[in-house]
Design a protein around this ligand. Structure first.
Ligand code: G6P
Length: 494
């Protein structure tokens, strides 16, 4: 193992000190009175602070929180993560029947670890360097410190020979750190975002440390096979491990690598879409939009990887060309606020809002705008009503690990109507072959795909939706978690 710091001393979450020695693994005994044999470690907890200060809690958004919540409930598990703020708050210790342990992050760490290394170094680098990644040694030190804090929290909380499941790019050093402290524990890691090809990954000054960090796991899961092989090839090239794309020999251990495409809670979505209140809300939305012939919908976190501006530029040209008409074709764009203190995200919002206002200025009618823009975090039932109200769903990220919006849209179209325009660079594209596929960098290509979706007859649209639904309904998110954990238990890669 190269480029590792020896004999580091670290501060634990609770102020005690633990010796971390990379040359001589020093086991840490479980310290919590209430240890658990199943521990999830993710940057975010399933609950978060409503505001940056105060003690007002609300559920964290996203399907992952609900999926892991049910897995943890059935295993009496513990979730270690961050509450999303930097103000001191007495965190809840229990959420929906699962135990939670909050890791505190100071304002400086928020800036260096969260906004910095996680979201201005790794996030753009892992998304095809759509924005230039920034490399700062200070951010890297904060990333190591916070990863260590999570590793120590896990080492102290997991019962002897228990299982720890670590999630996502913010915590890639935790597997190896935890293994050194607790060699008795079974460790799984799942990467929710893409893993870049070696040509890009090699830019990272701390590339070996990241690969060695991940290799501390027994099983490393990715969204798609391509990401898994990017990782394995880079590991062989960079740190001299041997093996195949699915089995790596590292430090006398076998590390399994595989693809475990995440999905949505299909049963919950189908049940919710049967709710007459949600169906009525969908009809009301269409009425409020002026009963247009076609509703086109985008739902994205406001992120530069999502290709929102490019998509709206394509739509704007379609209004200009006369392929779309104000009053007949109406767009709804939900842009969920995200990472707002980062300059790239601020710029993205600014640019996006200019495109939105130009669209309405150029093609809107009095009382009938062509685009309805919501910069809001909507409740899930309102999102489902929007999915039901939309004739065409537009999901055109430049790069995306999976994209659950695409799967949610497909899951809720129980009457087999609706058309999906999908980027070939979203992980979901491998499964949703019935979508109208686009290269999101190709403006004419986006226009053509939207045009094809508009022109497709009901039989073609139904056949496409049926094909996608067969795929999406095959598994739900609980099956995804079970298949990963089963592979971790069995020592297999899928
Ligand atoms: C992506 C990442 C998650 C992250 C989420 C929201 O889905 O894979 O790890 O939690 O974005 O981003 P945020 O920075 O608000 O946690």
């Amino acid at each position: 193992m190269l480029e590792q710091t020896n004999a580091r001393r670290v501060e634990t979450t609770w102020g005690s000190r633990v010796r971390l020695d990379s040359s001589n693994a020093a086991p840490v005994a479980p310290r919590d009175v209430h240890t658990s044999s199943f521990v999830v470690v993710a940057n975010r907890l399933p609950v978060q602070q409503s505001h940056s200060s105060g003690e007002d809690w609300r559920p964290s958004p996203g399907g992952l929180a609900s999926a892991l919540t049910s897995v943890l409930q059935s295993r009496n598990g513990l979730w270690i993560g961050w509450l999303g703020g930097t103000a001191a708050a007495s965190a809840p210790t229990d959420y929906e029947g699962i135990r939670i342990k909050a890791v505190a992050i100071s304002p400086e760490e928020y800036s260096d670890f969260y906004l910095g290394f996680s979201n201005a170094t790794l996030w753009p680098l892992y998304h095809d360097a759509i924005r230039a990644p920034t490399f700062h040694r200070k951010w890297w030190r904060a990333y190591q410190d916070i990863n260590r804090r999570y590793a120590v929290a896990a080492a102290e909380a997991v019962a002897p020979e228990g299982t720890v499941w670590i999630h996502d790019y913010q915590l890639q050093l935790v597997p190896d750190m935890l293994r050194r402290m607790r060699p008795d524990v079974r460790i799984g890691f799942f990467m929710h975002i893409p893993f870049p090809p070696s040509e890009l990954f090699m830019q990272l000054p701390w590339r070996r440390e990241i690969i060695n960090g991940l290799l501390g796991a027994d099983l490393i899961g990715f969204q798609v096979p391509h990401a898994a092989s990017n990782f394995s090839r880079t590991a062989r090239r960079l740190v001299g491990v041997t093996g195949t794309d699915s089995t790596i020999q590292s430090d006398g251990r076998t590390v399994r690598v595989g693809a475990f495409p995440i999905t949505v809670d299909t049963t919950q979505i189908i049940n919710m879409t049967r709710d007459p209140k949600i169906r009525e809300r969908a009809r009301e939305i269409r009425r409020d939009l002026g009963n247009p012939e076609v509703v086109l919908l985008g739902v994205d976190r406001l992120d530069y990887t999502k290709g929102i501006q490019q998509r709206l530029s394509a739509l704007s040209e379609m209004y200009a060309d006369g392929q779309l008409h104000g009053g007949t074709h109406v767009i709804v764009q939900v842009a969920v606020p995200s990472r707002e203190s980062d300059a790239h995200y601020d710029q993205e919002r600014h640019n996006l809002e200019q495109v939105v206002s130009a669209l309405n200025g150029d093609y809107g009618l009095v009382g009938s705008p062509v685009i309805h823009y919501l910069h809001q975090n909507l409740p899930f039932d309102e999102l489902l009503a929007l999915y039901l109200a939309a004739d065409i769903m537009l999901v055109t990220p430049f790069r995306d690990g999976m994209n659950l919006v695409a799967k949610e849209y497909v899951a809720c179209r129980t009457d087999l109507t609706g058309r999906l325009v999908l980027s070939e660079f979203a992980g979901a594209a491998a499964e949703l072959r019935g979508a109208f596929m686009v290269n999101p960098h190709d403006l004419d290509g986006i226009k053509e795909a939207i045009g094809s979706a508009l022109r497709a007859g009901p039989e073609e649209a139904k056949a496409r939706m049926q094909r996608m639904r067969r795929r999406v309904l095959r598994h739900d998110v609980a099956d995804w978690a079970q298949s990963f954990l089963l592979a971790l238990q069995r020592g297999t890669s899928a």
